[in-house]
Ligand binder design. Structure first.
Ligand code: FAD
Ligand code: MLT
Ligand code: ZN
Length: 422
């Protein structure tokens, strides 16, 4: 008996991919910066099969990387070590409504979840441009943020229960326990943000929120980031996204979209609010919800420039201007294309140009962010990209505790080796 044979017995021949051509889409990450060769890609249909697959992989000592939509941007979703098995959650598609909540299988995409919520007059609080591919399991595992964090929080704030399978095949669940019904530590909460390193999330109970009435979306040119910050109202904000004139020009060049403002501004604010926001009479602005396409097309537009070093950071709001002033010297001789989630200090610093394996710019930018009291992994996770830099933002004691938790949950180090845990 071989592992492949055992996996076929568990999930069926069609759900074990060993042919290189069939494996290929699962072996490179979205940024094309990380790729590897999988021993096999296996696609279990339900929680029981996930548990059986993990037990078999443990028996044969095969490392496992769990993969949802493979839209992750820090190298955490693809095989890297010899003999690694990709466990795809694509077939975990359960979707059951509850009271202002839904139980969703790990493989359900955020887009499908949003359609389901809309059909019952509600909404799901997390939204991101990768919604049609990113999955419930992946967004729980990375504690994904997105464009609505300012209003509803990150994925963690939506989670009301999880079902998880550990590396040894044991099952943990608090799906049926009404959220917050009893005392004691939130053990299942450990798996939010664990990036596939602690266990496989097979389902989540997620809160749904009342569907908001149409808001107002405006795009405004600003001379600098503090002028943009000053336009964000104290309340009623649904989204406040930052772009730059350069970034918008790049998006318009690659997509054919029309430049929206009268001139090119250093900073452009996209604001979605409950009420029409107060703007200066002479503001260079457009009120039109269609400007969201300009924001959502940034990632793909930047990817046309080459392999992107995506530095997903967050700064204290009062430090944004300082960081932006420092940035050109930190990324020289390359240039950065910037955009982000202004309301929460989130910035995506995209740098194209460093040679493969050259992390000089990454380190310079992330060290500066940490020195300014910011986060070096704001919403995409640490993955492979930043697990080695965690000491910039976590104490030695925290990293030691992270290692001990990892060892307690995955003593053989079988799940996503090298991801998250330095
Ligand atoms: P994958 O890429 O498959 O995996 C991501 C990580 O989670 C890996 O470490 C993987 O091992 C682990 N994992 C996946 N499924 C499970 C599971 N069931 N159990 C345990 N571990 C699991 N991210 C944001 O936060 N905000 C954004 O606004 C945003 N916008 C994006 C826009 C574009 C165009 C793209 C390409 C990406 C964007 N992302 C964004 C990044 C990405 O969509 C998120 O990180 C998302 O959470 C990944 O989900 P996924 O299902 O693709 O996970
Ligand atoms: C976004 O905000 O669109 C994402 O985080 C994707 C990215 O950073 O490219
Ligand atoms: Zn983002």
């Amino acid at each position: 008996m071989t592992l492949e044979r055992e996996l076929v017995d568990i999930v069926g021949r069609d759900q074990v991919l060993t042919d290189p051509g069939l494996r290929a889409p699962y072996e490179s990450d979205w940024t094309r910066r990380w790729s590897g060769s999988a021993r096999a890609v296996v696609r279990p249909a339900d929680t029981g099969q996930v548990a059986a697959v993990l037990r078999s992989c443990a028996t044969y000592g095969a490392p496992v990387v769990t993969q949802g939509g493979n839209t992750g941007l820090v190298g955490g979703s693809v095989p890297r070590c010899t003999g690694q098995v990709v466990l795809s959650t694509a077939r975990l598609q359960r979707l059951q409504s509850g009271d202002h909540a839904v139980v969703a299988g790990a493989g359900v995409t955020i887009g499908r979840l949003q359609v389901h919520a809309r059909a019952i007059g509600l909404a799901y609080g997390v939204d991101l441009a990768s919604r049609d591919t990113a999955t419930v399991g992946g967004t729980v595992a990375t504690d994904a943020g997105g464009i609505r964090v300012v209003r509803y929080g990150r994925t963690r704030a939506q989670v009301r229960g999880l079902e998880v399978v550990l590396a040894d095949g044991s099952l943990l669940s608090d799906l049926e326990r009404p959220g917050g019904a009893d005392a004691g530590p939130d053990l299942l909460g450990l798996f939010v943000g664990s990036e596939g390193a602690f266990g496989v999330v097979t389902a989540a109970r997620l809160r749904l929120v009342p569907r908001p009435p149409p808001g107002t979306t405006v795009l405004v040119g600003c001379p600098d980031v503090d002028a943009a910050r000053a336009l964000v109202p104290a309340d009623g904000v649904r989204a406040a996204e930052l772009m730059t004139g350069d970034g918008i020009d790049l998006v318009c060049r690659t997509t054919g979209l029309r430049r929206p403002l009268r001139r090119t501004w250093p900073v452009v604010l996209l604001l979605e609010t409950d009420q029409v926001p107060d703007l200066p009479d002479d503001a260079d602005a457009v009120v039109d919800a269609r400007v969201w396409e300009l924001r959502e097309r940034h990632t793909e537009a930047i990817a046309t420039l080459g392999v992107v070093h995506k530095l997903d950071v967050a700064l204290p709001l009062h430090q944004l201007a300082t960081f932006l002033a420092d940035l050109p010297a930190l990324v020289a001789p390359h240039r950065a294309v910037l955009f982000g989630h202004l309301a929460v200090g989130g910035l995506h610093v995209n740098v194209v140009g460093p040679a493969a394996g050259d992390e000089t710019v990454d380190r310079a930018v992330l060290e500066r962010v940490a020195a300014l009291g910011g986060s070096i992994a704001a919403e995409h996770g640490f993955g492979i990209a930043k697990s080695g830099l965690m000491h910039l933002v976590r104490s030695r004691e925290e990293i030691d505790l992270l290692r001990r938790v990892k060892h307690a949950l995955d003593p053989a180090g079988q799940l996503n080796p090298g991801v998250l845990v330095p």
